[in-house]
Design a protein around this ligand. Structure first.
Ligand SMILES: [Mg+2]
Length: 373
């Protein structure tokens, strides 16, 4: 089954991809959020020429090999954009395969439909500890969340806090507000190792279980020094989109928990490689998926399939004030959380439909086999 058409529907913030096979079968995927219009340009200019005509069937197609071929042909362009564009192709092909087979992608990956425990993930730092704990308690009451993530320090903050004392206040406040919950925190590359270890001790004193990206994420030795000094799980990897960097990070045990982002990394086939590297090192995988575009849905299917899935799904709690572009993407939201759990349904593929009104307002582009003949 050969790939004959790649279409993109984008805004600056988010972009969907539709692939069509020679049989007329179609599938929907997504390039990563943010600068998605630029990513779509890369998809049509640097991915489509090598992918057009490729065998994309579940039985005989090899998506890992296809993504390797694209990265080899475009070897002058390492880094993020090409991988973000590959993520759009890969995830659309998985949806097509699921639709053809009449099965959810989770089943094609060796898993099944069913629940996924979610943690309520805050993206905000400009919120006071009082207001943050209040909204977390409300979410616990309304949706049954039992795990929560808040933010420490300033984002890539060179050791500074969002305002003085915020981190020291929010750590005990979260524990007081949610005495039984699993508590996670994200440093977003804020700290030098010594400061990260001091924050980590405070987290341990209050029973936090997950300390994400404590040091500048590209400084693997710094992150490893923190992981070695602390009992709490040090986690990271969301920005890492090159497989050789993942190999290094896992071999040196820079982190205790791997957090690939399916769309930053280039799709399911490439993410499965990271999951297998982590599995061989007995390392759990708790992917990064920080918004309610399709990436959280992709992550739900993946977590239902891999043997080393971490204990929960990242589930953004931010709404229209923070992510206005998230509104109206889907015909019906796939993101209901009940009893603290999201759910992968039996619907074929990813099991979601993009809203026709949203598509009609987006920028459209198409590449077809004839363009490259
Ligand atoms: Mg993070």
């Amino acid at each position: 089954m050969r790939l004959t058409r790649i279409e993109s529907f984008v805004t600056r913030d988010v972009g969907f991809v539709r692939v069509t096979a020679e049989t007329g079968a179609i599938g929907w995927g997504q390039v990563s959020t943010y600068q998605s219009d630029i990513t779509a340009e890369v998809l049509h200019r640097q991915v489509a020429p090598w992918a057009m005509g490729a065998d994309i069937s579940m039985e005989t197609g090899d998506l890992g090999d296809l993504t390797d071929l694209v990265t080899e042909r475009e070897h002058k362009f390492p880094g993020s954009y090409l991988r973000r564009a590959l993520g759009g192709l890969d995830t659309a092909v998985w949806d097509l395969r699921g639709r053809v087979a009449g099965q959810p992608v989770a089943a094609l990956l060796g898993g099944s439909a069913g629940p996924v425990r979610a943690y309520a993930s805050s993206m905000k730092r400009d919120i006071t500890p009082e207001n943050e704990t209040l909204r977390m308690q409300r979410l616990a009451d309304a949706h049954g969340f039992t795990a929560f993530k808040v933010r420490a320090g300033a984002e890539v903050g060179r050791g500074r806090d969002e305002w003085p004392g915020r981190t020291e206040a929010i750590i005990p406040a979260m524990r007081r507000a949610l005495p039984e919950a699993d508590l996670l925190i994200d440093g977003n590359s804020c700290y030098a190792p010594e400061q990260a270890i001091a924050v980590g001790r405070m987290l341990e004193d209050h029973g936090f279980c997950h300390f994400e990206e404590p040091c500048p994420y590209w400084e693997y030795e710094q992150t490893r020094a923190v992981a070695e000094a602390l009992e709490i799980d040090v986690t990271g990897g969301e920005q890492d989109c090159e497989l050789q960097n993942w190999r290094r990070m896992i071999d040196m045990r820079a982190v205790d928990v791997a957090q690939p982002d399916i769309l930053y990394l280039g799709g399911i086939a490439r993410t499965l490689r990271v999951c297998r590297m982590a599995e061989a090192a007995a390392m759990p995988v708790t992917p990064h998926c920080a918004n309610l575009s399709m990436v959280t849905l992709f992550t739900m299917h993946l977590l239902r399939a891999i043997p080393n899935a971490g204990p929960y799904l990242e589930f953004s709690i931010e709404g229209a004030d923070y992510y206005p572009w998230q509104e109206g993407l889907f015909r019906a939201s796939p993101y209901a959380v009940e009893d603290g759990q999201a759910r992968v349904t039996e619907a074929p593929g990813w099991g979601v439909e993009i809203c026709p009104d949203w598509l009609a307002r987006s920028q459209y582009r198409v590449s077809e086999a004839a363009d490259f003949a």
